[in-house]
Design a protein around this ligand. Structure first.
Ligand code: SF4
Ligand code: SF4
Length: 251
């Protein structure tokens, strides 16, 4: 079913069940956010994507990433109330991630250059904003190698039972989605160190470049039913071989 509503006065249409942030972005309306990734379920963790939603007599300030659109609502992305609440949330994020460029930039765009909150940064993830994108992504990929521990100010991202998890395949997807890039990964030509473990790489049989970790290869082959030699060659060498084959067919 299609629903129709307005965002900052613009008439928009969306499918029932869509999230407001996705619909706004599709229509070129920029709502800032740190914890949103289209591939994983939104949870409204960073609370930067606040908007004002008016429905009949009711007005609410809500996170747009996990708000399901409704017919007839009036959405405003830049009211005084939205700016006030967003600025407060950015102050909190600054206390968690004082050295993160992405947080500082977003905060500064909202007029926030300092925080009144006690420092909340923690080792070994000093710029972690607790958005849980790493945990959600790892879970979505079927690994379940990360978790949250503690509550309130003591909440942290960590490893189950506080020790390196056998489930971690060293794919580094957690780092690729992390908005503040605070997860430590060290790659050498043959190994990747991440979350307290070292993972050997499969090396491309043509050029010798790292293709994927062995553990990730085994997981992907068994999950997707791929041929055993699927990851023996890197993408670049596969493409180069394919274009050579194409050229020989054309000529
Ligand atoms: S590197 Fe480990 S923790 Fe990170 S997403 Fe991959 S499996 Fe999960
Ligand atoms: S480590 Fe990165 S992705 Fe994970 S919760 Fe912290 S900021 Fe978010």
């Amino acid at each position: 079913m299609t629903v129709q509503f307005t965002i900052d006065g613009l008439e928009v249409k969306a499918k029932e069940g869509e999230h407001l942030l996705d619909v706004a972005r599709r229509h070129g309306i920029d709502i800032p956010s740190l914890c949103h990734h289209e591939a994983v379920e939104p949870i409204g963790a960073c609370r930067v994507c606040l908007v004002e939603v008016r429905s009949g007599q009711k007005t609410t300030i809500t996170t747009s990433c996990n708000f399901l659109v409704e017919d007839g609502i009036e959405v405003h992305t830049d009211t005084a109330e939205v700016r006030k609440h967003r600025a407060m949330n950015l102050e909190l994020l600054l206390a968690r991630a004082p050295k993160s460029d992405v947080v500082r930039k977003l905060a500064s765009a909202s007029g926030v250059t300092r925080t009144r909150f006690e420092p909340l940064a923690y080792e070994p993830l000093p710029n972690c904003i607790l958005c849980e994108l790493c945990v959600r992504t790892c879970d979505m990929l079927g690994h379940h190698a990360l978790t949250t521990v503690g509550r309130g100010d003591k909440k942290r991202i960590g490893l189950p039972f506080n020790k390196p998890s056998d489930n971690c395949v060293g794919c580094a997807s957690c780092l690729s989605v992390c908005p503040t890039q605070c997860i430590s990964v060290k790659d050498t030509p043959t190994q990747r160190a991440i979350w307290g473990q070292k993972h050997d790489f499969i090396l491309c049989k043509v050029c010798g470049a790292p293709v994927i970790t062995k553990k990730h290869r085994d997981f992907a082959i068994s999950e997707k039913g791929l041929p055993e030699d699927y990851y023996d060659t890197c993408e670049k060498c596969k493409q180069s071989a394919a274009s050579k084959r194409f050229a020989s067919v054309v000529w």
